[in-house]
Design a protein around this ligand. Structure first.
Ligand SMILES: Cc1cc2nc3c(=O)[nH]c(=O)nc-3n(C[C@H](O)[C@H](O)[C@H](O)COP(=O)(O)OP(=O)(O)OC[C@H]3O[C@@H](n4cnc5c(N)ncnc54)[C@H](O)[C@@H]3O)c2cc1C
Length: 462
C-alpha cells in the first residue's frame, strides 16, 4: 500500500500533525505514523507523571489547535481540575490531553481518513519513483508514501568535552540521556551529582532527584552558570518591542534593554512581546548575525525566554539557598576517575584557574537545541544519499519557509517535509507547542492540497 502521508516520529510534532491532518484530509486519504515511542504523541516532554514536571507555558497557550486557544483549559476543566488560564499544568496532564484529543478525532471511523500507527523506527529512505518515497523500518518492513514528514525531534546533545578527555573507567558514571528515568533508581541517597548544563532539563532532574529521596550535594556546571528565570505570578502584559533597522545582534539587544529601561515595562512583557516577531526576525538575519547570536546571546536568550513556573522556581531556589545545589560557570578540561568517583576538572569562567568537582554521577543536561542531525541514523543516511543537508548552522536540516526539505542544491524535495525543532535553522523559534502547532496546521493544509491533486476524482474534497 502507498500511503498519502507518512509521519516519521512519535512526539508532539507527530501528534499535532496527525490531529491537523485528520481535520483536513478527505475520508479516502491514508496516513501512516511511524514511531517507537511507547506513549505515542507524548515524546520526551509529556510522558512524565511527576507533578512538579510542569509546563513552562501557561495552559491558555498550550491548546494543540491554534484556532481554538481554550481547548486545553476546557479539557482540564472537564476533568474537574480547577485551573486558570495562566496556570502551569503538569506535563503529564498535557500528554493525556494530546492522546484524548487524538482519540476523539479517531472515533468516527467512517468519516475520517484512514490512520495506521506503525510501531517501528525508520532506518533508511530510498526514493523509488518520482512520486513516492520508500522507507526501510527496523522491523524489516517497508513503508511507501507520497508525502513524508520527518518529525524526529533533535535527540540529545553530546557531552561538552571531547571523548578523548574522558577516562574510560568513569563511563558507567555518566548519564547521557537523563530522560531514561531509570538512572534515578541507581542513585544512592547521599551520592554527589554533577549536572552538566543549567537549563530547564537540569531543573527537572534536580526536582526528580529530591522527590525520590536524594539528599546529597548537587553541582551544576555550565559555561555561563545561568539558570532560567521564573514567570511572574501574574503574566506581564506583552509589549511589542520597537526594533532598529540594523540587524547587528549587539544593537538589537541594546534596543531591547533600552526599551525595558525607558518604558518601565516588566522585562518579561518585552521578551513575550518579541515572540510573535521572532521567526521573521531570525529569517531577516544574515548567516553571520545568526551565528553571532548563537555564540554570544543564546544562553542569555534561553534564560529570559524559556522561563519556569513560579512554584518550580521557588523549590529550586530554596535548594540553592540551603546549599544543596551549587551552580558553577566554567569549561571542562577532563573527566577522570578518582577513588571511587569521577573528578571533573574545569576552568572557571573569566579566569585561568582550574578547579574540580568530585561526583558519583555526571548527568548530561546540556540541552537539545543544538544536537543537529548527528543523533539520527536515518537523517545521516538521508544526508549521505543527498536527499537532505544540514542547515548552515548545524541546528537541524535545511528546509524552505513551507517546511519542505531542501537538497544540497537548495531544491525542495517533492513530497518531503520536516516539522519541529529539526527545522530550527529556518524558523529558530520552533521548539515549543505554540510554534509547532502553527507549523503543523500550515503543513496539514499544504499536504491536503497535494493529496487533493493526486486523489482519484471521486475522492476529491469539494
Ligand atoms: C522536558 C521537556 C519539557 C518541555 N516543556 C514544554 C512546555 O512546557 N511547553 C512547550 O511549549 N514546550 C515544551 N517543550 C518543548 C516541546 O514541546 C517539545 O520539544 C516537543 O515535544 C517536540 O516534539 P517533537 O515531536 O518535535 O520531538 P520529540 O518529542 O523528541 O519526538 C520525536 C520522536 O521521534 C521518534 N523518532 C526519532 N527517530 C525516529 C525514527 N528514525 N523513526 C521513527 N521515530 C523516530 C523519537 O523516538 C521520538 O518519540 C519541552 C521539551 C522537553 C524536552
Amino acid at each position: 500500500m502507498t500511503y498519502d502521508v507518512a509521519i516519521v516520529g512519535s512526539g508532539f510534532s507527530a501528534i499535532a500533525l496527525t490531529i491537523n491532518l485528520l481535520r483536513v484530509l478527505p475520508r479516502s486519504a491514508s496516513i501512516a505514523v511511524v514511531g517507537d515511542d511507547p506513549g505515542f504523541g507524548r515524546g520526551t516532554a509529556y510522558r512524565t507523571e511527576f507533578y512538579l514536571h510542569r509546563l513552562n507555558v501557561p495552559a491558555a497557550r498550550m491548546s494543540v489547535f491554534p484556532d481554538r486557544p481554550d481547548d486545553f483549559v476546557e479539557w482540564l476543566r472537564r476533568r474537574g481540575k480547577a485551573v486558570f488560564a495562566e496556570d502551569f499544568a503538569t506535563r503529564g496532564d498535557y500528554g493525556l490531553y494530546l492522546r484524548d484529543t487524538l482519540a476523539t478525532l479517531l472515533r468516527p471511523r467512517q468519516r475520517r481518513a484512514h490512520v495506521d500507527f506503525v510501531k517501528a523506527k525508520a532506518t533508511a529512505c530510498v526514493q523509488c519513483e518520482s512520486d513516492r518515497l520508500v522507507f526501510c523500518l527496523d522491523n524489516n518492513d517497508e513503508l511507501k508514501a507520497r508525502n513524508v514528514v520527518l518529525a524526529l525531534g533533535v535527540g540529545n546533545a553530546d557531552l561538552p568535552v571531547s571523548k578523548d578527555c574522558i577516562a574510560e573507567s568513569v563511563r558507567p558514571r555518566i548519564v547521557d540521556n537523563p530522560w531514561r528515568l531509570s538512572w534515578l533508581s541507581r542513585v544512592g541517597r547521599t551520592d554527589e551529582i554533577c549536572i552538566l548544563g543549567s537549563g530547564l532539563t537540569m531543573i527537572d532532574q534536580v526536582l526528580s532527584l529530591r522527590a525520590r529521596g536524594h539528599r546529597g550535594k548537587i553541582h551544576v556546571l555550565s559555561r555561563r552558570g545561568l539558570v532560567p528565570h521564573p514567570h511572574p505570578p501574574r503574566r506581564a502584559t506583552p509589549v511589542a518591542p520597537e526594533l532598529p533597522a540594523s540587524r547587528e545582534i549587539s544593537q538589537l539587544l541594546q534596543a531591547l534593554r533600552q526599551q525595558i529601561k525607558s518604558s518601565g515595562a516588566d522585562w518579561r512583557g518585552v521578551i513575550d512581546g518579541l515572540r510573535p516577531q521572532s521567526q521573521a526576525l531570525w529569517q531577516s538575519l544574515s548567516r553571520d548575525q545568526r551565528s553571532r547570536f548563537l555564540r554570544h546571546a543564546l544562553a542569555w536568550w534561553n534564560i529570559h525566554r524559556h522561563r519556569i513556573a513560579p512554584e518550580v522556581f521557588t523549590r529550586f531556589d530554596a535548594l540553592i539557598k540551603d546549599g544543596t545545589v551549587t551552580v558553577h560557570a566554567g569549561f571542562i578540561r577532563s573527566i577522570d576517575e578518582e577513588g571511587a568517583a569521577a573528578n571533573i576538572d574545569y576552568r572557571r569562567r573569566g579566569t585561568r584557574d582550574f578547579t574540580s568537582i568530585r561526583a558519583d554521577w555526571i548527568v548530561n543536561c546540556t540541552g537539545m537545541e543544538r544536537a543537529g542531525i548527528g543523533h539520527s541514523p536515518l537523517l545521516r543516511e538521508m544526508r549521505e544519499s543527498e536527499m537532505l543537508v544540514m542547515d548552515e548552522l548545524g541546528l537541524g536540516i535545511s528546509v524552505d519557509p513551507h517546511s519542505r526539505v531542501l537538497d544540497a542544491d537548495g531544491k525542495a524535495q517533492p513530497g518531503l517535509f520536516a516539522a519541529g525543532a529539526l527545522t530550527a535553522g529556518q524558523f529558530w523559534e520552533i521548539t515549543a507547542v505554540p510554534d509547532i502547532r502553527v507549523q503543523a496546521s500550515l503543513l496539514a493544509d499544504v499536504i491536503a492540497a497535494q493529496v487533493a491533486q493526486t486523489a482519484p476524482p471521486d475522492a476529491r474534497i469539494a
